[in-house]
Design a binder for this molecule. Sequence first.
Ligand SMILES: Cc1cc2nc3c(=O)[nH]c(=O)nc-3n(C[C@H](O)[C@H](O)[C@H](O)COP(=O)(O)OP(=O)(O)OC[C@H]3O[C@@H](n4cnc5c(N)ncnc54)[C@H](O)[C@@H]3O)c2cc1C
Length: 382
Amino acid sequence: MDYGISEEFTQLQKLTRDFVEKELRPHEEAVERSDHLPAELRAQLRKKALEVGLYGYNMPEEVGGPGLTWFAQVLIREQLGRIAIALADMVGRPPKAFLSCQGAQRERFLMPVLRAEKTWAFALTEPGAGSDAASIKTRATRSDGGWRLNGTKHFISHGDFADLVIVIAKTADDNLPLALIVEHDTPGFKLGRIHPKMGWRGYPVAELLFEDAFVPEAHVLGNPGQGLRIGLSQIGEARIGVAAHCVGMAQRALDYVLEHVKVRRQFGQPLGKFQGLQWMLADMALEIEQSRALLYAAARSMDSIGESNARTVISMAKLSASEMLGRVADRAVQIMGGAGYMAESPIEMIYRDARAFRIGEGTSEIQKSQIARAILGKDMFI
Ligand SMILES: Cc1cc2nc3c(=O)[nH]c(=O)nc-3n(C[C@H](O)[C@H](O)[C@H](O)COP(=O)(O)OP(=O)(O)OC[C@H]3O[C@@H](n4cnc5c(N)ncnc54)[C@H](O)[C@@H]3O)c2cc1C
C-alpha cells in the first residue's frame, strides 16, 4: 500500500526499526523469561535512545525536542510495536504534562526528564476511579508552603521506580483538580503492591499510597482547577500511540506466521497451502491494513486540524487497532498450533500483551461513547 510516506519519514521508520533490532531485540527473551528489566539496563537503553535521537521524540522544538508531526510520531511508534512493551518503553515519551512546568520547575523536572536522567509515572487511576477519572478521591490539603496529599492510586505504570510521579488529586477545600509532581523519596509516599498481571512482562504496574505526603507549592503544575486538563493533555497522543503500537504488534505477528506456514509441513505440504489458513492470513492482512489506513488518516487529521479537533477519529483509530490486534493475535496462535501456545515464539507474548490495549488509555467502550457522542450530539448524553 502506498501511503505517500516521504523519504525523510521513511528514514525515520528505518532508524527506529534498526534501533529495535540492534539495541532492544537482544534483551527481549531475557525480559520475558525473568519478568524483569534491570535498572542498569534501563538506564543504558534510555541513553542509547537519546544518542540516536529517538528519546523524547514526542517533544516540541521549544523544549529541545524534534517537533515531529503526528504522522512521523505514529510511524516511529508503529515500529516500536515490534518489540516487547517493556523494551519499547525505553524510547521514552515524556508526558505532555511536563510542558506545564514553569520557571524553576523547568530545570528541576522537565530538563532532567528530557535528558533521560529522570524517569516518570503518571498517576490518575484509583481503586474507585478508572474510566470515571473525574471521581478521584485523592485529596490535597493546603499546608504551610505546599500541600498534604492523601489517597491511593493503583495500576500505575513504573510507579515503583519512577523518580517523579505526576499525581492528579483534588483540593480538599473546593474539590478542584490539581496536578502535582511527587518525588520518589517524599516522606509519606509509599509503594503499595506491585500488581501481578497477565502480560507486559518487565513492565511493573504499581499501587501508590499517599499518607500525609508533603508536596511543596513549587511542585504544583498550573493552578488548582487545571489538574485534569494538564493530566489529560496527552490523551490524544496516548490513544493514537496505542493505535500505532497495536498495528506494529499485529504486523509482527503476521510476519512471523507467514514465515512459519511456509516451513511447517503437515499432510505432506506446507501449512500455507491449506485454504482454511490462507483465508485466515488474508483476513489478518486485510484487518491490519484497514487499521493502519485509519491510523494514518487520524494522524494526518491531527496534523491538519489539530489534535483536539481530531478526537473522534483518534478514538476510532484506537478502537479499531486494539480490537484488530486481539483478533490477529488469536488467529496467529491458532495458525501456529501448539507452537503458538508455547512461550517459545513471540506469538504467545503478543497474544497476552495485546489484551491490555483494549483497556488502557480509555477502554473500547469509552472510545465508543466518544464516537457516539460525536455522531449523535451532546444532547443525547447526560
Ligand atoms: C497495563 C496497564 C497500565 C496502566 N497504567 C496506568 C498508569 O500509568 N496511570 C494511570 O493512571 N492508570 C493506568 N492504568 C489504568 C487504566 O487507565 C484503567 O485501567 C482504565 O482507565 C480503565 O479503568 P478501570 O480499570 O478502573 O475499569 P472500569 O472503569 O472499572 O471499567 C470496567 C468496565 O466497565 C466499562 N465502563 C466503564 N464506564 C463505562 C461507560 N460509561 N459506558 C460503558 N462502559 C463503561 C469499561 O469499558 C470496562 O469494560 C493502566 C492499566 C493497565 C491495564
